[in-house]
Ligand binder design. Structure first.
Ligand code: GLN
Length: 196
């Protein structure tokens, strides 16, 4: 299967997402003819089956999405969206920080930097619904949490502070960074949800 996946390449850990999706496509047996490309302008989305919204700074990424005319094209994008950390913030309908013009694609309220500052970053083995093979080693870097998940949003993982993994149809949003750490089970689940 020839699959084209886009990674929003405005700010954040873009190359890590590119490498992770290349590995996940290989694990699904569809690396031949497939590609992972950088998305910087609306036309780059043409032919993409999925889009990754990387970790980074959601305020900055939000501003650059608007500046590059990508807000409506992402909102109306027909493929899957795989969003991590800052990407999760962007997917939400409700974000307290007014500097984030979120895409509103998943009915949820997200609290930015919910675990504190950079030095409060941590790693933890957490159970995640929908993947086999035991807990997922999750890397949290100034991570958000979902404080309320609304209509159609399925909770895949939760910590004491709140929900850290959600899914809605072709969308997946994660507070941690599965693109780091070499475990691509969540990427594979996401691709499988898209029929890839
Ligand atoms: N704290 C960042 C934000 O809200 C996200 C951090 C990250 O993506 N690692 O934008």
């Amino acid at each position: 299967m020839d699959v084209k996946i886009g990674v929003l390449a405005l700010q954040g850990d873009v190359s890590e997402h590119i490498d992770a999706f290349a590995a996940a496509l290989a694990a699904c047996g569809c690396e031949k003819g497939s590609s992972v490309v950088e998305i910087r302008s609306p036309g780059d989305l043409d032919g993409c089956a999925a889009l990754a919204l990387p970790g980074g700074e959601s305020t900055t990424i939000s501003r650059l999405i608007d500046k590059n005319g990508l807000y409506e094209p992402i909102r109306t994008f027909k493929g899957g969206i795989f969003a991590t950390c800052a990407g999760m913030v962007l997917m939400a309908t409700h974000v307290a920080d007014p500097r984030v013009h979120s895409l509103g694609l998943m009915d949820m309220t997200v609290d930015r930097n919910a675990f504190g500052r950079q030095k409060e970053s941590f790693e933890a083995d957490i159970p995640v619904t929908g993947i086999d093979g035991g807990p997922f080693h999750a890397i949290f870097i100034r991570a958000p949490v979902v404080t309320a998940a609304g209509t159609g949003v399925r909770v895949l993982a939760k910590l004491d502070q709140g929900v850290v993994a959600t899914e809605r149809g072709r969308y997946m949003a994660l507070a941690f960074h599965p693109e780091l750490g070499g475990d691509f089970r969540l990427h594979e689940r996401f691709l499988k949800n898209l029929g890839i």
